[in-house]
Design a protein around this ligand. Structure first.
Ligand code: SF4
Length: 417
């Protein structure tokens, strides 16, 4: 199989226009957070400085395709979706990979159906110790060095969170995971950290405020237990286990929200134990934040000052980091999350995923008729560039611009912000 210049993901995931944008940024304004402006006649497309595949996703895709290539004689399974993108998961399925768990966490392949010689890839988010134990029962030893090197695609930034969680647990801290309880990565992190210490999952700043209220004595035990039922490790005792805390995150959460969660808990500890004892009661865990979380979110924030007419965000509907990009853009402009260009029905009608209602929606007259028109097009960390490329081509087509005009597009760094 042919790979892109990075020798990591298959060539057909790259998109020629998007690659041109990336090459342009490699050569110009590499350090600036300003977006790239692509001018196709009267159509202005702003593409953020960073978008699309992060290191961990590229690595996981590379490992999955390499496994299929190198092991044609073995049955290959994936514990669950390798990343949250339907194009990639469907392609792996078409190539013969079976999924042990579906996207809702239901087991599809029983322990008995797996055997010695089978390969079970662990996805980029990692997996729980319980699932690893189950694989071991089937004769697949996920702790073997060869297995870890070749078939465990857990992103190193996720395993770093587990390692730090273990260290903090040994130092006596309770781990607070800022994440979505059912997300595979949060489940995996919870499973690992609770081996070493008590663990609690908080979804957002509002939940962190409730934890803080308990710490400062403003929330009764019964209310705390009702609020966090099922979100903590077994035998979690808030009185004992909320005296010293350390916050880590599901790496695809909004980085600034994780910082707010930490700050809220630090403030509660400051109130209860005093400034001089703060670090003892709330650990500094800034070093556990994945670089990619900020790398895609900060340039997207930078776009908000660009007076764009609307934003198209391309990515999987169950992708947490993609949903956060939608949240950021929709603060000030109409923003549409679409899985691919097929969701664009016409220049008058678009199908898109509503991240709040968690269902598909359809909007009319979504594209401005005026000239010049300025659009933002970006994608989440699990989205192949080709999907963004196709969206851009389709939109350009509505304004009468075809391949020839796109090939002649002018590229510059958008310095107005
Ligand atoms: S977002 Fe960060 S932790 Fe998650 S896969 Fe990408 S690089 Fe790894």
């Amino acid at each position: 199989m042919a790979y892109t210049q990075f020798d990591r993901v298959p060539n057909h995931y790259a998109g020629p226009i998007i690659q041109k944008v990336k090459d342009f940024r490699q050569a110009n304004g590499k350090r600036s957070l300003s977006p790239t402006l692509l001018e196709i006649g009267q159509l202005q497309v702003l593409i953020p400085r960073h978008f699309g595949f992060c290191f961990g996703v590229e690595r996981a895709i590379h490992m999955a395709f390499a496994t299929l290539e190198k092991n044609p004689e073995h049955r290959t399974f994936l514990v669950s979706e390798i990343i949250h993108n339907p194009l990639v998961n469907n392609e792996l399925k078409e190539r013969g990979i079976e999924f042990i768990y579906d996207a809702e966490g239901r087991r599809q392949v029983s322990e008995d159906e797996l055997g010695d010689g089978d390969i079970a890839l662990i996805p980029a988010f990692g997996t729980t110790l319980q699932i690893e134990d189950s694989l071991k029962q089937s004769g697949i030893d996920t702790s073997a060095e060869e297995y870890r090197e070749n078939y465990d695609t857990t992103c190193p930034f996720v395993s770093k969170v587990w390692k730090r969680g273990e260290e903090l647990g040994r130092e006596g801290y309770t781990i607070i995971i800022h994440g979505k309880y059912k997300h595979e990565e949060t489940q995996a992190t919870h499973s690992h950290t609770k081996e070493h210490t008590q663990t609690l999952v908080v979804l957002d700043e509002a939940e962190a405020k409730n934890v803080a209220a308990y710490i400062t004595g403003e929330m009764a035990l019964a209310d705390f237990e009702r609020q966090f039922a099922g979100m903590a490790s077994e035998h979690f005792d808030p009185e004992r286990d909320l005296q010293r805390v350390a916050v880590v995150n599901q790496t695809t959460m909004l980085a600034e929200e994780t910082q707010q969660v930490t700050e809220t808990l630090r403030e509660a500890m400051r109130q209860r134990y005093g400034e001089e004892n703060l670090d003892y009661h709330c650990a500094d865990t800034n070093d556990t934040l994945c670089y990619a979380t900020n790398q895609n979110q900060n340039p997207t924030r930078a776009l908000l000052r660009s007076s764009a007419d609307l934003a198209l965000i391309v990515g999987g509907y169950n992708s947490s980091n993609t949903a956060h990009l939608v949240e950021i853009c929709s603060e000030i402009m109409p923003s549409f999350l679409i899985a691919n260009s097929d969701e664009i029905i016409s220049r008058h009608s678009i199908r898109h995923f509503d991240i709040h209602a968690k269902q598909m929606a359809e909007s009319q007259d979504w594209l401005p008729g005026k000239f010049p028109v300025r659009l933002i097009i970006t994608s989440g960390a699990s989205c192949p560039d080709i999907l963004m490329n196709q969206v851009l081509q389709k939109v350009a087509g509505f304004y009468g611009y075809g391949e020839a005009e796109i090939a002649e597009a002018n590229l510059s760094i958008f310095e107005e912000i």
